[in-house]
Write a protein that binds this ligand. Structure first.
Ligand code: NAP
Length: 284
């Protein structure tokens, strides 16, 4: 990779930042399109977040991604918030245009794209969302935007699910505590099941949020966990013949959408996918 006096700088803002695939994916995309651009990691401690964002502007970065724990905290530091970020209440992509910082959110688009690939009528789908944290927030908003026929949220802490749901006056939105009985009942009603909890994530690769005997071939199982790529939930779902969506697809699409916001160019998804798979240690 060549660095010139014109090299445009992008980055990832978060804390702590250990293993992130973003630099490899974005740098590969820049290279594939012959762009003189570089994506770096900025691990910024909470007490200097404001200074860092001012610094990005002063140093004329072109844009940056925002990850935990700053997706909400960064918002008041920006000049404009795009509708995509307003509707989720969080920013994961910032574009810097002539010194103006504009916040976007690509989580929602990233989540919904793999579902749309299945050519479903999402308005006829009954969805079960397990989890009520940051990722579930974007999933819920996306499902509501698509006017899903029914949405049930199950969460370990019921209150958190109640808090999440109360932002929306959606007619067929229910919440309940995550327990075996409620899970069985909700699964009986569901077509689409989304795991928005970290259950099954490395190193707990033999854990699954849904026991295999409750899975059915007519379900669509969407696991947001992407490390490992084939989680226990996904492996079990494949074994019973269910349709599966793997979490890396959302990750890839979020990154592709950020690239598009920054460059205005169509992202080289194939290149980005190959690099992501390598980063996640998937055999080609
Ligand atoms: N594929 C992607 O692009 C993508 C994007 C974002 C996130 N993710 C993944 O999605 C997962 C959730 O991320 P997040 O940011 O939403 O996390 P978060 O804000 O910390 O929320 C975690 C949620 O999982 C629930 N939970 C945690 N451990 C649980 C357990 N053992 N049993 C049942 N429920 C449990 C929590 O319930 P309580 O409220 O009761 O604590 C909470 O609702 C992570 O694995 C993350 O890597 C993937």
């Amino acid at each position: 990779m060549k660095i010139s006096s014109n090299t445009q700088i992008y980055g990832l803002l978060g804390y702590p930042l250990k293993h992130t695939a973003s630099p490899a994916i974005q740098n590969a995309a820049f290279e594939a399109l012959g762009l003189d651009a570089l994506y770096l990691v900025f691990e910024v401690e909470p007490n200097v977040l404001e200074d860092a964002v001012r610094g990005f502007k002063a140093l004329a970065l072109k844009g940056f991604n925002v990850t935990l724990p700053y997706k909400e905290r960064v918002m008041p530091l920006l000049d404009r918030i795009d509708r995509s970020a307003q509707e989720v209440g969080a920013v994961n992509t910032v574009k810097i245009e002539e010194g103006v910082l504009i916040g976007y959110n690509t989580d929602l688009a990233g989540f919904i794209a793999p579902l749309k690939e299945l050519n479903l009528k999402l308005c006829e789908v009954k969805a079960l969302l397990v989890g009520a944290g940051g990722a579930a927030k974007a999933c819920l908003k996306a499902l509501i935007n698509e006017k899903c026929r029914a949405i049930t949220i199950l969460n370990r802490s019921e209150q958190r699910a109640v808090n999440l749901a109360q932002h929306y006056s959606y007619p067929n939105l229910k919440v309940a505590k995550f327990n075996e009985q409620n899970l069985k009942e909700a699964l009986n009603q569901a077509d689409l099941v989304i795991n928005a909890t970290p259950v099954g994530m490395y190193p707990h690769v033999d854990a699954s949020i849904i026991p295999k005997h409750l899975l059915r071939s007519d379900l669509i199982i969407y696991d947001l966990v992407y490390n490992p790529i084939y989680t226990k939930l996904i492996r079990d779902a494949m074994e019973v013949g269910a349709t599966t969506i793997l979490g890396y697809k959302m990750l890839l699409e979020q990154a592709a959408q950020s690239f598009k916001i920054w460059t205005g160019l169509e992202p080289p998804r194939e290149v980005m996918l190959e690099v992501l798979k390598l980063q996640l240690g998937v055999e080609q």
